[in-house]
Design a protein around this ligand. Structure first.
Ligand code: SF4
Length: 365
């Protein structure tokens, strides 16, 4: 069995730590790229959302390297993601790829026994003891927490750094070096080292950078290729950004869902405007917009794929929040046709608007 998994932000590092630790054959698809998108767009239904297409591209690029089993998380939620695995299995079958899928779904949807069977299918490939497997799983969780912390710190500090581009360089080098590690322990040590070096960079506390919250559909905010590396661009402009949706947030949220204690702050923020889950992460998007305002951000950028049903609902609600709170929010819709130049122009215009609002507010104080 040669396992692969689609890309989702930094998950590939945790997956590498997990499979290295379990000593299971793992084929990592090349980081999401133009070719993967072209392959996915060619074979997917045209009206299907962008994450589906990039994932198909990831699978086919991994199959070309020898993968025969895909592991993905499932969802019975009321958006297309609930149908992803069925559709992807059928599509790949039609293309004559003989692939096995292991879908990790929530126990409330498939039952504890079935979830155990599916996990067992994977873990039976490893000759490690139960204790060792548990340790590897804990290490993989540590990896995702660490890399998400480092990334979020780098995005935040980019607005305060004394040496331009230092945070971005550290972050990029961290990810590159982490890929060269051969064991979870080695990766954790490396990430801890990078975390320390990031916290010791020289910052200018007198700077007051523009602060933007990144909100929207979970895949497109997390997977940098799908949003045309918006956070990297904002780092280049010396803008501080913050994004609450990360793979480590998702893991924590999923664990807490049965207790209903998940993301209480976000739910509280969304209460006035969207007080129920309507699929995807629409409620989170609304809650995050309100929290960004309350936390003193200058504005928020919503990103979502063309045709994303839950985010279309959020997009319709965001102008009300923006008006009620005098808080600028820009929506960016991405698909396989999105051009970088147009996107950059819109981001620059938004940053410019936020700067002018600052100057205007200062001139009246
Ligand atoms: S949340 Fe939107 S983009 Fe994501 S699977 Fe659902 S419809 Fe598609």
């Amino acid at each position: 069995m040669k396992i692969t998994a689609p890309h989702l932000g930094n998950v590939y590092l945790a997956a590498k730590a997990l499979f290295d630790g379990l000593e299971i054959d793992y084929i990592m698809p090349p980081l999401s790229n133009k070719e993967a998108l072209e392959i996915g767009s060619l074979y997917s239904p045209e009206e299907m959302c962008l994450p589906f297409k990039i994932m198909i591209g990831n699978y086919i690029q991994a199959i070309e390297k020898g993968a025969d089993t895909v592991i993905i998380t499932g969802s019975c939620g009321p958006c297309r993601f609930g149908e992803y695995c069925e559709l992807q299995i059928n599509l790949l079958k039609k293309l004559k790829y003989n692939l096995d899928f292991i879908v990790i779904d929530a126990p409330r949807d498939i039952g504890i026994k079935e979830l155990y069977n599916r996990i067992n299918k994977l873990s039976s490939q490893s000759s490690k003891s139960k204790y060792q497997k548990l340790k590897v799983l804990t290490d993989a969780k540590k990896v995702i927490n660490l890399i998400d912390e480092i990334e979020s710190e780098a995005h935040y500090l980019a607005g305060y750094e004394k040496v331009n581009g230092q945070c971005k360089r550290i972050l990029n080098s961290c990810k590159k070096e982490a890929l060269k590690c051969n064991s979870p322990k080695e990766m954790i040590n490396l990430l801890e080292g990078y975390k320390d070096s990031l916290s010791s960079i020289e910052i200018d506390k007198d700077k007051n950078p523009i602060k933007i919250a990144i909100i929207g559909e979970i895949y497109t905010v997390i997977e940098p290729f799908s949003n045309l590396y918006i956070e990297d661009k904002l780092m280049d402009y010396g803008v501080t950004t913050s994004r609450k949706l990360t793979p480590s947030w998702w893991v924590k949220d999923m664990i807490l869902v049965p207790t209903k204690l998940n993301s209480l702050d976000i739910k509280k923020g969304a209460k006035e405007y969207l007080n129920l889950g309507i699929g995807g992460h629409a409620r989170e998007c609304i809650g995050e917009a309100v929290l960004a305002y309350e936390e003193g951000f200058d504005g928020a950028i919503q990103i979502f794929p063309m045709g994303c049903m839950p985010e279309i609902v959020s997009k319709a609600i965001l102008p009300t929040i923006s008006k009620d709170k005098d808080f600028p929010i820009m929506s960016l819709v991405v698909d396989e046709m999105t051009g970088e130049a147009g996107l950059v122009t819109r981001i620059e215009a938004f940053v410019d608007l936020l700067e002018r609002r600052r100057r205007y507010a200062l001139s009246w104080s």
